[in-house]
Design a protein around this ligand. Structure first.
Ligand code: ADP
Ligand code: ZN
Length: 531
């Protein structure tokens, strides 16, 4: 370490202690901060709650000039800026919620060098006026928060993020740090390419939260299941219960309160005063349960949340990880518990089909849902599956702290089924040069002469009708689980099925494919009638 490096280093630590009141850096924070303070670019992948903010806030305070933070979370800017100001940091923001005069004040502060941090919405950077403004001030660092928004594959894609590549062109001497909590390997690559950060160093924190026990149970009578989970394992503990609809939030909160668990609802339909009061109680009290839609929890930092329960299926693994990640920030044992039923799948598919967005958006949403389902259905370690989803190495031999590790699920030998399915994919590709999605593959296996099967002559394939021993639903289970095990992959805009490196070993009969038994019908029927 050079003399200059060491002094920047200790200055960062001094700022951490003096301004933020913390004793030590966490994980890779110090290395990241040191790197950016030295003027280099960085791409940071760190889970929610990992401490990303300090990675750009401290360089902004240490380096001369203003740190410009690009964030799409307009609703959080005011809170972030207020929190920083409370610590004595000179922070401001410019977004569409400011009127002309308010904006002028912030602009003047920036130009006078009176701001340590300036938060901007990405759409601002499309405007010449903003670029002119930035050009007339002194910038210490650019932080690009939620950097996965640049990925056209992600569910959070923001076209405005594509314009951020100009920052490097226009300010080649200002270091840039791109941060995200949700990035698969492919997204990581996309961030580097689209933001044009070829020399950036990549920092990747582990996504493992060893103190969280992951459990997913078949949904039968969800409210009762929740109640017994809470009373048996988390009596008197603070926690969050997530539901999809406001109606089920209200009903669940009432149900819990009636049954001796202190619970309050939280959703966008409540007035701001009630929401603020419930949130304040949650932060202050020790054993309160908040029943909420996903709006709750963003930016909330309560270390002793002992459980997060899902009564409805999250829309994506990212969402699930983020929501469950609000449990156990203090490092003490916590539970991520979810009840999941077939009705969830039906409901979510319908939401995707009838919801907003174009065809590409729907396909992405469907792919996200499939990954979530794969997590629900895996016979393998749930933590391992989560880590693999984020492109990280799972614990060999299982984690020992999830339901599938603690209680291995009932399985059936899906080897033959997997071979049939994979050989259908192979045949189509080798003999016809075609790729198809799951629906067509399953129709072929089941020997269904649908319009599309006839149109492509697929009833002439030797594999036509070789899978009649399973139902349509069971085949979909096979597909989802093969995807989950990495023995099959989905590709491109049309969600076509393609082989992976692992597929060969199944086709060559070198490995067995254990599959989790599909939830039994009575469970699904009860879940459906129970709402
Ligand atoms: P992220 O943006 O990655 O979700 P935050 O930056 O909001 O995470 O940090 C999460 C919480 O951890 C915040 O309350 C933050 O103040 C706290 N934190 C971050 N770094 C440290 C540290 N080195 N020591 C103690 N607390 C920290
Ligand atoms: Zn496990």
């Amino acid at each position: 370490v050079t003399e200059a490096g060491r002094s920047a280093d200790s200055e960062a630590l001094a700022v951490l202690r003096r301004v933020f009141g913390y004793d030590a850096f966490r994980g890779e924070q110090e290395e990241i901060i040191e790197h950016v303070v030295a003027g280099e670019d960085a791409v940071v992948l760190m889970p929610t709650g990992g401490g990303k903010s300090l990675c750009y806030q401290i360089p902004a305070l240490v380096r001369p000039g203003t740190g410009v933070v690009v964030s799409p979370l307009i609703a959080l800017m005011q809170d972030q800026v207020d929190a920083l100001r409370a610590l004595g940091v000179r922070a401001g923001f410019i977004n569409s919620t400011l009127d002309f005069d308010e904006r002028r004040v912030v602009e003047a502060e920036f130009l006078a060098g009176e701001l340590d941090l300036l938060y901007l919405a990405p759409e601002r950077l499309r405007l010449d006026t903003t670029l002119d403004l930035l050009g007339r001030g002194k910038i210490s660092v650019f932080a690009i928060d939620e950097a996965h928004c640049v990925s056209q594959w992600g569910h959070d894609f923001r076209p405005d993020y594509l314009t951020l590549s100009l920052l490097g062109e226009r300010w080649p001497d200002v270091p840039r740090i791109a941060l995200t909590a949700t990035a698969t390997r492919a997204t990581h690559r996309e961030i580097t390419e689209r933001l044009v950060m070829p020399r950036a160093r990549h920092f990747e924190a582990s996504f493992d939260r060893p103190n969280i026990q992951y459990r997913i149970v078949p949904k039968a009578d969800p409210k009762k299941q929740l109640l017994s989970f809470l009373t048996q394992e988390h009596a008197g503990d603070a926690g969050i219960v997530y539901c999809l609809s406001r109606n089920s939030v209200e009903k669940t909160a009432e149900f819990l309160s009636r049954n001796g668990v202190e619970a309050v609802p939280y959703h966008a339909g409540l007035d701001a005063g009630t929401r603020a009061a419930h949130q304040a109680r949650f932060l202050r009290e020790e054993g309160l349960v908040v029943v909420a839609t996903i709006a709750f929890g963003m930016g909330i930092d309560k270390p002793d949340v002992r459980f997060v329960a899902h009564l409805d299926l999250p829309k994506s693994v990212e969402g699930y990880y983020q929501e469950t990640g609000r449990a156990g920030r203090d490092g003490l044992p916590s539970t991520a518990w979810m009840a999941y039923g077939l009705q969830d799948v039906v409901q979510q598919r319908k939401l995707i089909q009838t919801g907003e967005g174009d065809e590409a958006f729907r396909r992405r949403a469907a792919a996200h849902l499939d990954s979530m389902l794969a997590l629900c259905e895996t016979v393998q370690c749930r933590r391992g599956q989560l880590l693999a989803y984020f492109g990280q190495e799972p614990t060999p031999g299982g984690c020992g702290n999830c339901d599938t590790c603690l209680n291995p699920p009932e399985t059936w030998d899906g080897t033959v089924a997997a071979q049939k399915l994979l050989s259908t994919v192979v045949r189509l590709q080798r003999e016809r040069g075609q790729k198809f999605g799951a629906v067509q593959i399953i129709d072929i296996l089941l020997g269904k002469r649908t319009g599309k099967v006839i149109q492509f002559d697929h009833d002439q394939l030797s594999v036509f009708g070789i899978g009649e021993e399973l139902s349509d639903g069971e085949w979909r289970g096979v597909v989802r689980q093969l995807l989950a095990q990495g023995l099959l992959a989905v590709e491109g805009e049309y969600g076509t099925l393609v082989l992976t490196e692992g597929s060969g070993s199944v086709l060559r009969r070198e490995r067995e494919v254990p599959l989790r038994k599909e939830p039994k019908k009575p469970v699904a029927a009860r879940a459906a009638s129970g709402g």
